[in-house]
Design a protein around this ligand. Structure first.
Ligand code: GLC
Length: 610
């Protein structure tokens, strides 16, 4: 790549002096040879010095985020790329923490092999643990964490995730989702802490858990408040659809969690695919620049969603006009997984023809570089290998088990059938989600969509049950309930949903249990045995018709790898969870939310204990 002529920019006198002095010393950067490489200087000074040395291409490179599978280390060096990401499930082979760290360090080494040696920042979706990594601790998805009503616990989870993420080199987490899910049909309902803004606002403690009180700690990982703005409010719960609200309603329902995250110093904000009253967020300068950066005072950087700029004009791919619209709207870094070369050349042309002012490019770079300096990437660009063994360690799994316990919501307990006796008992366990790590973890687990089966080390709910009981108790398992008879004292049916993510999880029709689950429960019922339904799902389901025939109902949400936390509650730990979402009486009520005047089966905040 040829070094382009330095585009002239008004320099303050101080800066001019710095630039003249420093430029007098040509040649590759060596340790602390330039002010920006001096960690004793204020970050703003380092940013100003570095910016003054950067060519337009270097600045555009910082604004470009490519997917790991579409870029080589040499590309990173040649095109000065500022960031790499792993899309959902995009992992090195073998998928081990050490292989991740080696991959990260390889990319970082390539990034530093440039004249200015600006480190790259690597982003992943660690949305319920470091969930792309085999063996990582998988925590309950956000809907379960919302049920805990425990912001301090969520902060601890953030800290644990930050340790595991840092142990693989990665320094940026596209989490937390602070969406306010208003229609349970939405495939991302489980990524929401709750249907009212108070819950995601309270759980913004995850930001502090991930980042630390200030960035720059040994395990600090840049957090991302997403997806700005109104992703959970689309009509019909249509993923990436249109949020049709007045500005007052949009501000009242969807903005508070972002205000909370900004107040906690969140380092980045990701833009939503959705639209507000027909205008795609990725091109909305009012909401991104005037409101988020101006009114809320957000000083971090804004990142697009995956190919999010392609959607601005409604047609596939991106045009020069969309690149300009997105960058001028206030997007600082563009997640352009594979077409990043085209993006670079397009943005360069749009700056050179005056459509994108250099001041916008410089503002984006100041924001990005400020976070890189604050994270300590210039001083500590490589993986801290002492953290690699934290991935999936016992302490994190114990914390996850506590979170699973606290997330359980007891919705029915006729005759006090729960808790179950650990000893001298005979219990039949059935259901497709009883012995299935993949199903109990849900989407965004090892792969983008998640999948059924034994996909990563953990404890299934059945294994948790077996461990919970004493030697005088019999546990029998059959997925469909075959073999049950009236000699059993109780039957546990672990049913619900199988994994999905994003739009593939949208449910536009029925929200009832599937036929297999209904048959399984019926088999258990017909044996004349009390039936306890454990619902493993990413959202409330339409179960009002069947509920009278069930003796007990426990909403388990998507607990992750530590299924023993469900057994803890079944055998004695008093359930403390409270519904984060209103539970429909019938699917025809969707959307149904607190205060909307409809009569639910269970209100938001409902939860029994014993
Ligand atoms: C996805 C999601 C977003 C995620 C990003 C990168 O499409 O919308 O939540 O962070 O792409 O994987």
């Amino acid at each position: 790549m040829t070094r382009h002529h330095r585009v002239r920019r008004p320099l303050s006198l101080a800066l001019l002096l710095v630039a003249v002095t420093a430029l007098a010393v040509p040649g590759p950067a060596t340790a602390a040879s330039f002010p920006y490489q001096d960690p004793t200087l204020p970050v703003a000074t380092r940013v100003a010095d570095l910016l003054a040395r950067m060519t337009l291409d270097e600045k555009i490179g910082q604004m470009t985020q490519a997917e790991r599978g579409s870029v080589t280390q040499a590309d990173l060096t040649t095109y000065r790329l500022g960031s790499i990401l792993s899309g959902g499930g995009s992992a090195p082979t073998p998928n081990t923490p050490t292989a991740w760290a080696d991959m990260y360090d390889g990319f970082q080494r390539a990034a530093l092999a440039t004249p200015l040696a600006i480190p790259m920042i690597y982003g992943v979706d660690a949305v319920h643990g470091h969930n792309n990594v085999s063996g990582a601790t998988i925590f309950p998805h956000n809907i379960g964490l919302g049920a805990t009503r425990d912001p301090a616990l969520v902060q601890q989870i953030g800290q644990a995730v930050a340790e595991e993420v840092s142990g693989t080199g990665v320094d940026w987490d596209f989490a937390p989702c602070l969406c306010v899910a208003r229609n349970d049909r939405w495939g991302r309902t489980y990524e929401s802490f709750g249907e009212t803004p108070d819950l995601p606002s309270d759980m913004s403690t995850l930001v502090t858990g991930l980042q630390g009180a200030t960035l720059g700690g040994p395990t600090s990982v840049l957090a991302t408040a997403k997806h700005y703005l109104g992703d959970g409010g689309t009509t019909g719960g249509d993923d990436q659809g249109d949020t049709q609200l007045t500005e007052a309603e949009l501000r009242a329902v969807h903005l508070p969690p972002f205000q909370a995250a900004v107040q906690r110093g969140v380092g980045s904000v990701m833009i939503s695919y959705s639209s507000w009253n027909g205008v795609k967020l990725h091109g909305n300068q009012y909401l991104i620049t005037t409101v988020l950066k101006g009114e809320l005072g957000f000083t971090g950087f804004v990142v697009s969603d995956w190919n999010g700029i392609d959607q601005i004009d409604g047609a596939g791919g991106f045009t020069a006009a969309e690149v300009t619209a997105a960058v001028n709207a206030g997007i600082d870094m563009v997640m352009v997984p594979s077409a990043w070369k085209t993006f670079i050349s397009t943005l360069r042309a749009e700056v050179q023809n005056g459509h994108v002012p250099l001041s916008r490019i410089d503002d984006a770079n100041r924001r990005i570089l400020t976070k890189k300096f604050e994270l300590g990437l210039f001083e500590r660009p490589y993986t801290d290998r002492s953290l690699t063994p934290t991935v999936g360690n016992a302490a994190h799994r114990a914390l996850a088990r506590q979170a699973v316990r606290e997330s359980q919501v007891l919705l029915k307990n006729a005759g006090g059938v729960l808790p179950l006796a650990r000893d001298n008992n005979k219990i039949f366990v059935a259901g497709k989600n009883a012995d299935n790590i993949g199903n109990q973890s849900g989407g965004w687990t090892i792969s983008w969509q998640g999948s059924s089966g034994n996909i990563t080390p953990g404890t299934t709910i059945l294994q948790g049950i077996r461990t919970a009981v004493g030697p005088t108790t019999t546990i029998t398992y059959n997925q469909r309930g075959t073999g049950i008879d009236r000699t059993y004292r109780a039957a546990i049916a672990v049913v619900g949903e199988t994994p999905y993510a994003e739009g593939q999880g949208d449910r536009t029709g029925s929200m009832s249990l599937d036929r297999e689950d209904l048959r399984t429960i019926s088999t258990l019922r017909n044996a004349g045995v009390p039936v306890i339904v454990v619902l493993v799902s990413g959202r409330p389901l339409d179960i009002a018709t069947e509920l009278p025939a069930w003796n007990a109902l426990l909403a388990s949400w998507l607990p992750g790898t530590e299924g023993a936390g469900v057994a803890d509650v079944l055998f004695g730990a008093g359930p403390t969870g409270k519904l984060p979402m209103t539970w429909m009486n019938a699917v025809s009520q969707q959307p149904i939310n607190a205060g909307d005047g409809q009569v639910p089966l269970f209100a938001q905040g409902y939860g029994l204990t014993y």
